[in-house]
Write a protein that binds this ligand. Structure first.
Ligand code: OXD
Ligand code: MN
Length: 589
């Protein structure tokens, strides 16, 4: 039975059901009774396995197809009328052509299956900043994950009322055929269509598809921003909490930073760090004229390998109940889960992520896929911010960009102003590590960490950033860049990272409130070495000076790389960014 009288919703569902031809349609009302029945059904069919309920209450394990373990950027499309509006960094196809192609793949794809209707909210239901979506799916796994990652159920339909203003999402796992896998966005129609995948990032449509790709395009039209950023509150010993949002490409420790544990000295002095979000920030101009950020999600979809008691105890604690694990190893001795980097005791009697018997004490194969995941409720996180459920979000004092650079970028620097900060974000880059396929040390540009997630032309996106800066004027957050990954000549990391990153964030916050000085360099303001607290680390003042140094020759090379990257955007490159690049080249001499 349908849970709404909303004509726009009902007509669309009729149309999608006529195409996909499910045996039945089930509306997700969000009740525990309904969700529990679905969990039981998924266990009965083998779609999920119930884990040890004493050690991991409410936790389940799921394995995806071996060919379906990650986002598929080469099969991800932005389909707007004009190709130019998708820009050089997105795959594009004309909407009519794509709709026709997809129709062929969806027709009859839900025969013999149930279509679940998931009404969900990105943001607190009823908040003026929330946006609603409906995802149709033939996967119980998707229903149960969406219930962790977003706010779902009847309350969303009640808040939507009879408005047609919602994002349509159609997902069918179909045959999980990699040759016909498509993750498609129609930003002009607020529509997402995902087919032939059952892996989280491709099918939990609230996350990357809606909250970044569709929302970035909505934000441009409506005057706000959807960003691939964590949101963090830093409470000083005086009890003031100051907030920052930060963007990093993958494999730069974003989740660890979002849940940072302060070094002992800071804990003893009364510092606290609060996680508002680990992946996505929706940023708007508040009533006070400042930028406010809110986390539209309700859970964490985190990478499991490498998460442990030392690297990220808060993330690990978040996964100890009501969590769905995907593609990790199954320890049969006590019916729990294991992944590389959890501890030094891999299970002997286990099943690996592919579903094969696995002995972790002897096998040379991995037990968990490197991109295996946990889907955990945000409220499980010991450091979740008291403002997590605040409908208006939190006011931003700083925006931080970062990447993985062995030599070029100093530990931290501050941009000269907003426009220069946009330039810094647009030139964001990381060097490839041995962990990823391909050559080591290659510079990959990933502007604002949005390369795979911007739902329109990246040149227009930069212009939108510049325009937002004009709107907020001198109330704009200050913009910084950090690099935790500088190495010595033997390739060892110089900065200890993890909790010690708070020492850098402390300086950043002080700069935002005019409480610390800085030195001007060609690339921006760097700290005076004495202003970063090293007490309790084994970093010497000389090493810190090295970490803060700016090598003009390396930067001249980098400026060339930026110019080459910018050339892709033709006349969509904002004139202001071209000016910023020229000004940098001039300062470098
Ligand atoms: C993610 C990603 O999964 O950025 O968050 O790839
Ligand atoms: Mn992400």
């Amino acid at each position: 039975m349908s849970l709404t009288k909303n004509k726009a919703v009902l007509n669309w569902i009729d149309e999608m059901a006529a195409m996909t031809q499910p045996d039945q349609i089930v509306w997700i009302d969000g009740s525990e009774a309904q969700l529990d029945a679905l969990r039981k059904e998924a266990v009965a069919t083998g779609e999920m396995e119930l884990l040890n309920q004493e050690k991991l209450p409410g936790c389940y394990l799921h394995r995806t197809a071996v060919n379906d373990v990650a986002r598929v950027e080469d099969r991800t499309f932005i389909c707007c009328k004009n190709k130019e509006d998708a820009g050089p960094t997105n795959n594009w196809m004309a909407p009519d052509e794509m709709y026709a192609k997809l129709k062929g793949l969806y027709t009859g794809s839900m025969k013999g299956r149930t279509m679940y209707v998931i009404p969900y909210s990105m943001g607190v239901v009823g908040s003026p900043f929330a946006k609603y979506g409906i995802e149709l799916t033939d996967s119980i796994y998707v229903v149960l994950n969406m219930n962790i990652m977003t706010r779902v159920g009847q309350k969303v339909l009640d808040a939507l009322g009879d408005s047609p203003d919602y994002v349509k999402g159609l997902h069918s796992k179909a045959n999980v055929d990699p040759e016909n896998r498509y993750i498609v966005h129609f930003p002009e129609d607020n529509t997402i269509m995902s087919v032939n995948s059952a892996y989280g990032g491709n099918v939990l449509l609230g996350k990357k598809c809606f909250a970044l790709r569709i929302a970035s395009a909505q934000g441009r039209r409506e005057g706000w921003m959807a960003e691939h950023m964590l949101i963090l509150g830093i409470q000083n010993p005086q009890g003031e909490v100051r907030y920052l949002a930060a963007a990093f490409p993958s494999a730069c420790g974003k989740t660890n930073l979002a849940m940072l544990i302060p070094p002992k000295k800071y804990l003893d002095a009364g510092w606290k760090v609060w996680c508002v979000g680990d992946d996505i920030a929706w940023i708007r101009v508040g009533e006070d004229g400042r930028l406010w950020a809110m986390n539209p999600e309700y859970g964490f979809f985190g990478v499991a390998p490498g998460t442990n008691e030392k690297s990220n105890p808060n993330a690990l604690a978040s996964t100890r109940k009501n969590t769905i694990f995907t593609n990790v190893a199954h320890n049969l001795d006590d019916n729990t889960v294991w992944w590389e980097g959890l501890d030094k005791n891999p299970p002997k009697n286990a099943i690996d992520w592919k579903g094969n018997p696995w002995d972790g004490t002897t096998s040379t194969e991995k037990g968990a896929h490197p991109n295996s995941r946990f889907t955990a409720p945000a409220i499980n996180c010991p450091c979740i911010s008291p403002e997590f459920e605040s409908p208006k979000g939190v006011p931003l004092s700083a925006i931080v960009f970062g990447g993985r650079r062995a030599k070029t970028a100093p530990l931290v620097y501050q941009s000269f102003d907003w426009d220069h900060g946009v330039f810094v974000g647009s030139a964001m880059a990381s060097e490839t590590t041995a962990a990823a396929a391909g050559a080591v040390g290659v510079v990959r540009r990933d502007p604002m960490a949005m390369l795979p997630f911007c739902g329109y032309n990246m040149g227009d996106y930069w212009q939108h950033w510049l325009d937002m800066g004009k709107t907020v004027g001198d109330k704009a957050p200050k913009i910084f860049n950090v690099n935790w990954f500088r190495t010595d000549d033997e390739g060892h990391f110089i900065w200890p990272g993890f909790g010690d990153n708070l020492r850098v964030l402390e300086w950043i916050m002080k700069r935002c409130f005019n409480e610390a000085e800085a030195e001007e360099t060609a690339i921006g303001y760097v700290p005076k070495a004495a202003d970063i607290d090293l007490d309790g680390t084994d970093v010497s003042l000389d090493t810190l000076k090295e970490l803060l140094s700016v090598d003009k020759e390396l930067w001249k090379e980098d400026a060339k790389g930026i110019r080459e990257f910018y050339s892709k955007f033709g006349d969509k490159l904002p004139a202001k960014l071209d000016e910023e690049l020229k000004a940098l080249e001039q300062r470098l001499g």
